[in-house]
Design a protein around this ligand. Structure first.
Ligand code: BYC
Length: 333
């Protein structure tokens, strides 16, 4: 179902005159900031774009547990371990709210999982980079969750009700995630020379992959125009990336760390920082499946899905038995 829907997504934005009556009514509702709910009429492409975006977002939360989960057993203190454990569990919860939001559009969680595991559906490029040392866990919280919040706060106002409501809940938790990451960075940056070096090294490696999280530059973004018109997206990729850079520069300065970009400077005229783009050919290569950890991440998810088959079968058998018993009782009444 997903593959069929996606074929039509990404087409040009229709003018008012090109829209059917239903489409015009729908656009009027979106323009008036009314939420679209699951049983409301919606264009097929709107549904398809949401399934793609919410599905990919859900997969990102689930795959996103792996780079951090990698460090739970090696967290430096019991307190750090407990915090990281809670954060990683939160990410699983975010994935579940988002799969539920996607299900309201007529796709099942199993279908979405199959799309992910077969490589037909994406997840965020950032999770294809490794977490090599403890400072990376700080940098992930600071930069990756920081980028996620920048993207997700506006999505609380997205036009699709269930997605918007999931975002409100997720954003509350993301703020705690970002702060725990910044707290780790602070400890490392104020620590020994070796710890400070680790913090700088983590920033050096994760800076550009974090900028990539916002998607390709606006000129190469295939979906933005239509998604903005439908308020599935509220800001463009470049607008959010700029906001993230402007927010992060003073935070890095406070830590005494250097953002690895020689072109980074305040532009008085624009009232924003000039900065270097990430390497876009690396980005497209990573989303094609050729990043440093793509194979590893997918193999881990495939194994988890296969290992969990007996639980799913058991739950289904239990649900069938319960339904049969209820039916028999109703028939006997
Ligand atoms: N990675 O037309 P565009 C988290 C794809 S989870 C991979 O601009 P769109 C966290 C894009 O899908 C954070 N692929 O697309 C979790 C499209 O390909 P398809 C996840 C990317 O959708 C655990 C093509 O490139 N957040 O924070 O308008 C621990 C063209 O792009 C990426 C969300 O998912 C990428 N970075 O805009 C810690 C937020 N960027 O689908 C943290 C919701 C682009 O045609 N999603 N592509 O094959 C969005 O806001 C939008 O989907 C994006 C992309 C801004 C990401």
């Amino acid at each position: 179902m997903y593959a069929q829907l996606v074929k039509t997504a990404g087409s040009g934005v229709k003018s008012r005159e090109e829209m059917s009556e239903n489409e015009q009514d729908f656009q009027n509702r979106v323009d008036a900031d009314q939420k679209i709910e699951p049983k409301d009429w919606m264009p097929d492409d709107y549904r398809a774009t949401l399934i793609r975006q919410i599905g990919q977002h859900a997969h990102s939360e689930i795959v996103g547990q792996l780079p951090e989960g990698n460090w739970i057993t090696r967290a430096p203190t019991l307190e750090r371990k407990a915090i990281l454990l809670a954060k990683v569990q939160d990410e699983a919860g975010h994935g579940l709210y988002l799969y539920c939001a996607a299900e309201t559009l007529g796709v099942t969680r199993d279908e979405l999982t199959e799309e992910l595991l077969s490589g037909r559906m994406k997840y965020s490029s950032i999770f294809n980079y490794p977490t090599l040392n403890w400072a990376d866990i700080g940098a992930v919280g600071w930069l990756v969750d920081g980028a996620a919040i920048m993207n997700q706060v506006p999505l609380q106002r997205t036009s699709y009700g269930p997605y918007s409501r999931a975002m409100i809940r997720i954003c509350k938790e993301e703020s705690f995630h970002q702060r725990q990451g910044y707290d780790i960075m602070m400890k490392m940056a104020q620590g020994t020379d070796a710890q400070k070096k680790m913090a700088q090294d983590a920033l050096n490696r994760l800076w550009y992959p974090s900028l990539m999280m916002f998607g390709p530059s606006d000129k190469d973004s295939v979906h933005s125009a239509q998604s903005l018109a439908w308020k599935i997206k509220i800001d463009t990729n470049d607008e959010l990336r700029q906001r993230f850079v402007d927010q992060t520069v003073p935070q890095a300065k406070y830590l005494g760390l250097t953002i690895p970009d020689e072109n980074l400077k305040w532009n008085e005229e624009r009232g924003a920082h000039d900065y270097s783009d990430p390497n876009w050919s690396e980005f497209f290569d990573v989303i094609k499946g050729n990043g440093p950890c793509n194979t590893d991440r997918m193999n881990t998810r495939i194994k988890a899905w296969e290992d969990g088959a007996w639980v799913r079968e058991g739950l289904m058998a239990h649900a069938d038995k319960k339904a049969a018993r209820k039916q028999a009782m109703t028939a006997a009444e």
